[in-house]
Design a protein around this ligand. Sequence first.
Ligand code: AMP
Length: 147
Amino acid sequence: MLDLSNFDLSTIPVTENMIDAEKVAHVQLQNPLEHALLVLTKTGYNAVPVLDLDGKFCGTISKSVIVEAMFGLEQIEVDQLYDKKVEDVMEEDIPTVRIDDSLEKALHVLIDHSFACVLDHQDKMVGIYTRREMLKQLRNEYYQQRS
Ligand code: AMP
């Protein structure tokens, strides 16, 4: 059985295995929904961070909120993709972690979100920490204990 008593997430910096910002697909506040849908479709991600022009984190946007925004009263309105901007529909109430936080903080965020944005003290996004990375960390610990 996996014994986590010596596996202290509070001692591992969240920055250790995060995906650096330059490798993170993102969109900007003023982008039309059409651009966001293109980014999400081409990357295959369900959601990506939304940044302002200074690289500050503003929220996330997902395929599901874009599809919801396209629903009119009777039918899907494709025009909405061009008329609405990312800032009109993005989710803003998203928990984040700070650059000097540990994986313990990220663990709590990853229960309800598939990734946690890592911010510096000016709120600029420096990277993301994903559920995949957290699971890799647990897998490594598991096999270390068995060997
Ligand atoms: P994963 O745990 O690798 O499945 O990633 C979880 C989620 O994090 C994905 O569904 C995306 O929403 C986001 N994500 C992962 N990698 C990237 C990336 N390079 N750029 C933008 N978003 C990402």
